[in-house]
Every structure is written in C-alpha cells, then in structure tokens.
Design a protein around this ligand. Structure first.
Ligand code: ADP
Length: 394
C-alpha cells in the first residue's frame, strides 16, 4: 500500500452522538480543515466545518453518522485529497497493542472489544464503516486509545477479584488517553533534549476526562484509568475512584439499577457533583475565587487526589525526570498546576510563578531552576493519529 500523493490524513473521532474530524498534515501537524458534527441520532443534528478560516454550520437532515461523513467528504478542499483516514478507536482490549490498517478481521476485533466499551467502540465502528463507504479507495487505520498502555505488567493491570473474571471476560485495567500521553511524552523528551526511550516521566492529561500515566523508556508502565474511563482521578462529571462498597450500598439500600448508577458516577459526579455548580473547571475556579464553598471543595478534592495519584505513580519509576501537564485544564489552569506541584515538593517539584502565569511561554518548562522540570505541553491527538496512520500506509 504505497502513498505517494501527499501527507494529508483525514482524522475521524466518531462518538455515540458526535463526530470530530480534521484534515491533518502528518509531517507538519498543520490543519486548515476541521470540525464537529453534534447531536447525531437526533432530528436537530448539525455539522460545523472550519475551512481555511471560514466557519459554516449545516443541518444533517437524517441525523446519521454516514450523512455527516458524506458532508465532510464533499466539503474537503478541492486541492487536498487525503492519502488515508485515521480513526480514533477507544478500546483495543488485549488484541490491539498498536495501530493497524483496517480490514474485515480488524473490524471484527473492534466489535469484539465492544464488550468492554459498548458505547464507544460501536460508535467508532459505525464511523469506520461510513468512512469506508464514502472513501472506498482510501486506506483506513485504527489508532487505539488503549495501545500505549499495552505493556502494563500483571501487577499493574490485575484487579484483586476472582481470576475467572479476567479469564472469561477480560476484566482488567487497560488505561485510556494513550495517544495523548504518548504525544506529550514524546514532545517533552524533545523539549528536554532527551531520548523518549530513555526518559522517566509522569504525564497528567486533565480535560473533561482526566488521567495520569507513568512513562518509562518509551511506554506506559502505570496509568489511572482502568477497564473503563471511570477509574482514577476526579473528572468533570466522573467520580474517578470510589469505595466499591458505595456502589453496593446504593444498589442494595437505595435500590439503584445499573443505568442509575452509571448516570450517577459518569454524569453527575466529579467537579459537578462536588461543586453542585458546574463540571467546567474554569467556572469552578471563578466561583471559588468569589467564595463559593462547593467550588472550593471541588478544587481541593481535585488537587489533592491528583497530587496523591502522581505520588503513587512514581512507584513505577526509579527517578522522575519531569512532570507534564496537558489537556484543557493542564494547559490552561495556572492555579491547579501551582497547587498540585506545591503538594508534591517531596519530589523536588517547585514551579516558577512567572513562568506558570505566562500564557505565551516559549519554554514549556515552568519549573524553578535546579528542580524537577514541570512542562506544559499542548496535546494534539489528531496529529499523533495522522502520524501513525501515515507511517502504516507508506
Ligand atoms: P475534553 O476532554 O472534552 O477534550 P478539554 O481538554 O478541552 O476537554 O478540557 C476542558 C476543561 O478545560 C474544562 O473543564 C475547562 O473549564 C478547562 N479549561 C479550559 N480553559 C481553562 C482555564 N483557563 N482555566 C481553567 N480551566 C480551563
């Protein structure tokens, strides 16, 4: 499968009710064409396309994923034919340890992994099938969110529950956000002038979903998300870790069923549940500054849990070369970076206040001289997916 025409990759991230897309130059990361289809499956579905600085919004008459992808295809700039399509796929299970060119057996494998992530993987598969119809001549690649964590060792990935659940149902920790952890890890190594395969770092991806990873010698050795994205850190609306006994109590004493528990822990918890105000971190910070008690509590719990978790992740390393912040919160929240590093001074972490506050920083390292580097790196999952797609198609 040889590509000689160009380096443009159409990156698709198909969710249960949305489709994010971007046309990305896999060499430079440039993108002049991107957008989002929202409310898919509903009568008010819309697609927003930004192309060379112009923004347009259109209704998707039947609300279908296939129609959204067809609209993307017809809106592509006339002089830019993608060389291939890269799909973000959430769960690769134990089967997919790296990105793969999609064929029928890969599609069957993604469907099989849907047992572990039904909503996500089936939506990803729908995106793949619609893209194959729209672009039958283009190679398509699946890039898995779990793949970067695929070298976790058994003591890291096994839950202390009966082994039959692992053997029969593949219940174990997998980790997510792998594409982002790998991207910012590689960028951090470049910024520090070190070899990614010989560096030991912790990456904190803090967006609506939050996870942190310990990276050692080019791969993830520990990470906070588990079989699902619900485990680990406090997130926008997800609880992260809770005593599993609470779930039993809610089921047994309050009669809550699976759907109610899922709604509670995935959509009503986290920053939203703690603050009783919003899931949006910027809004929480503003309200806390004005004295809102719930917002202050949400910030305290978020920062404490993050610091405690970063500390725990050092167990997988024998030195800490750098701490990396990324995602909407990690890239933008001066306050959270300052509070978390302050709580981790035991690891010789101390940030420079001026560098932390400088939004136009030319150097990503915001640490005080002579302390462990703390880097702020903008994630770019689309670029990483484009790079991996191109490398498999050349
Ligand atoms: P997603 O996981 O959906 O991609 P993002 O990575 O865009 O989310 O992160 C969204 C989060 O980033 C929101 O909680 C938002 O409030 C937060 N955020 C964005 N800018 C700031 C800021 N200046 N200060 C604090 N939080 C911010």
């Amino acid at each position: 499968m040889a590509i000689t025409m160009n380096n443009w990759i159409l990156v698709l991230n198909a969710g249960s009710s949305s489709l994010k897309f971007a046309l990305v130059d896999a060499i430079t990361g440039d993108s002049g064409f991107e957008g989002l289809a929202e409310r898919l499956g509903n009568t008010d579905a819309v697609i927003t396309i930004k192309s060379n600085g112009n923004k347009s919004e259109s209704k998707i008459a039947d609300g279908k994923m296939a129609s959204a992808i067809a609209m993307v295809m017809s809106a592509l700039p006339a002089d830019t034919v993608p060389a291939a399509i890269g799909h973000r796929v959430v769960h690769g299970g134990e089967k997919f340890r790296q990105s793969v060119v999609i064929d029928d057996s890969v599609k069957a494998g993604i469907k099989d992994c849907a047992k572990l992530a039904p909503l996500h993987n089936l939506a990803n598969l729908e995106g793949i099938e619609a893209a194959q119809q729209a672009f039958p001549n283009l190679p398509q690649v699946a890039v898995f969110d779990t793949a970067f964590h695929s070298q976790l060792e058994p003591q890291v990935y096994q839950y202390a529950i009966p082994q039959s659940l692992y053997r029969d149902h593949h219940i174990r920790r997998y980790g997510m956000h792998g594409t982002s952890h790998q991207y910012v890890g590689e960028q951090a190594a470049i910024a520090l002038g070190q070899d990614f395969n010989n560096i030991q770092i912790i990456t904190a991806h803090l967006g609506n979903g939050c996870s942190a990873s310990a990276i050692r010698n080019g791969h993830s050795v520990d990470t906070t998300m588990g079989m699902t994205p619900l485990e680990g850190l406090v997130m926008g609306t997800r609880s992260g870790d809770v005593d599993p006994g609470i779930i039993l109590w809610l089921a047994q004493q309050q009669g809550m069923d699976g759907d109610q528990l899922s709604d509670l822990l995935n959509k009503k918890s986290g920053l939203l549940g703690l603050s009783e105000l919003t899931n949006d971190c910027r809004g929480i910070e503003e309200a806390a500054a004005e004295g809102h008690a719930g917002a202050k509590l949400a910030l305290d719990v978020f920062c404490f849990r993050l610091a405690r978790t970063i500390s725990a992740l050092t167990v997988g390393l024998d030195r800490l070369d750098a701490l990396i912040f990324t995602g909407g919160i990690g890239e933008n929240s001066e306050l959270i970076r300052a509070r978390v590093t302050e709580q981790l001074s035991i690891f010789k972490l101390a940030i420079n206040e001026t560098a932390n506050a400088d939004r136009k920083r030319s150097n990503p390292n915001i640490a005080q001289p002579g302390t462990t580097p703390v880097l702020v790196i903008n994630t770019n999952e689309e670029y990483m997916i484009a790079k991996q797609t191109l490398s498999l198609c050349q």
